[in-house]
Design a protein around this ligand. Structure first.
Ligand SMILES: [Zn+2]
Length: 71
């Protein structure tokens, strides 16, 4: 019985560790104008992003309003 509980605890910590790791990775990726501009490319191409609506110069997709930055 004890070993089952122990395994569950280890598994929980592993999952928490993975979740924390992946979320911090995402945070570090969301930098630069491709993420922080008012309008951004849905693909977040390098060099994309504008304060006006338009199209991404890299992939040609329409910019979308950056909800995270539109407050
Ligand atoms: Zn693009």
């Amino acid at each position: 019985m004890k070993s089952t509980i122990f395994k569950t605890v280890i598994l929980s910590f592993t999952l928490i560790g993975l979740a924390a790791c992946s979320s911090s990775k995402e945070d570090s990726k969301k930098t630069g104008i491709a993420y922080t501009s008012t309008y951004v490319c849905p693909m977040h191409c390098e060099g994309s992003g504008s304060d006006k609506a338009g199209q991404c110069p890299v992939c040609g997709m329409d910019y979308v309003l950056n909800k995270e930055n539109s407050k």
